[in-house]
Design a protein around this ligand. Structure first.
Ligand code: NAP
Length: 298
């Protein structure tokens, strides 16, 4: 399908919740000719006062620009918009950027619908809060056809210079951004578990934070993770620093300590079990990222 170049400043935003209204505010502030539609029309008032066009229906909103962003609550909301009168016809040949958070099977369904209706389609995962969008410092991941991404990139960079193109398979970007949240929960859980151990041992949380370096500790983890990801890319975990044998030799202490202090030990039991499996596989002389091989082969 030929992709119509969209060099205009026109853009439509569908959905003016907390995130959609931030996208719209930013597009207007960066000089775009903006059209908006929202189910509850009163949420369009402030944008209309600031110079945006307000459409009466989704189809009318889509007819106003070649590039359309959708950011509503969920898949059901997207479906109700796409199935409304005139939308499928109006979208033919235009570009849609889907910023509603969708699960992988929902992304695939959306991708099929867009292909069937000859829509140039990108989907995205927003790794930012509305305030970051308004400040133009947001990070957003996108997937879909590379040509479509390159075409609309100047518009996307209104939200921040750090747009990341993940790949051509629709759904990859929303999934990648969800995995960032999965990592966030894992890291937060690890922090809270150690905070519980410290508190149970009578070490004040603030002193423990000072000892662990506060925010700087995360920078250290960031650097280490870069090296670890390189190891997983090469599937080479050789090390002359710390081996899994050394990690394993002291690890049961954390399990025992958790039990002794009355703190749930299951977190450390799980880590101990994965390390033991890696050693059983003959990886005792490898570095700790070798646990990737155990996890991926579960
Ligand atoms: N807020 C964040 O920090 C953030 C961060 C990353 C990703 N996201 C994602 O961005 C998306 C929007 O989030 P949000 O924070 O803007 O949510 P929100 O403030 O709750 O707004 C929801 C939007 O969806 C619309 N909507 C809900 N059901 C609808 C339906 N059946 N038909 C048409 N429109 C419908 C609402 O319209 P009405 O005004 O008429 O109710 C409203 O515009 C979500 O998928 C969210 O996961 C949000």
């Amino acid at each position: 399908m030929a992709i119509k170049l969209d060099e205009s400043d026109q853009i439509t935003v569908i959905g003016l919740g907390n995130m959609g209204s931030a996208l719209a505010d930013r597009l207007l502030a960066t000089g775009h000719e903006l059209t908006v539609w929202n189910r509850t029309e009163s949420k369009c008032d402030a944008l209309a006062d600031a110079g945006a066009n307000v459409a009466g229906t989704p189809a009318e909103a889509m007819s106003m620009s070649n590039t359309i962003m959708i950011c509503v609550l969920n898949h059901e909301a997207v479906q109700s918009i796409l199935s409304s009168d005139g939308v499928a016809e109006e979208l033919n040949g235009r570009t849609v950027i889907q910023l509603t958070a969708l699960e992988p099977d929902q992304s695939i369904e959306q991708g099929k619908w867009m292909r069937k209706h000859h829509v140039n389609y990108l989907d995205g995962g927003i790794l930012a809060f509305p305030a970051d969008i308004r400040d133009g410092v947001a990070k957003i991941a996108y997937s879909g056809l590379r040509d479509v991404f390159d075409n609309v990139r100047p518009k996307l960079e209104s939200f921040g210079p750090n747009s990341v193109f993940i790949g051509e398979q629709v759904g990859m970007a929303p999934l990648a951004s969800m995995l960032v949240y999965a990592r966030y929960y894992g890291m937060t859980f690890a922090c809270m578990h150690t905070a519980a151990l410290a508190a149970a041992a009578g070490i004040p949380a603030r002193k423990f934070l000072d000892l662990t370096g506060g925010e700087k500790a995360w920078q250290f983890i960031g650097r280490t993770m870069d090296d670890y990801v390189t190891m997983t890319e090469k599937r080479d975990y050789s090390t002359n620093e710390a081996t899994l044998d050394i990690d394993a030799s002291g690890y049961d202490f954390f399990v025992r300590l958790s039990r002794e202090l009355g703190v749930d030990p299951s977190f450390h039991e799980m880590i101990e079990s994965v390390i033991s499996t890696a050693i059983e596989q003959g990886r005792g002389n490898q570095a700790i990222p070798a646990i990737f091989e155990v996890l991926i082969d579960h």
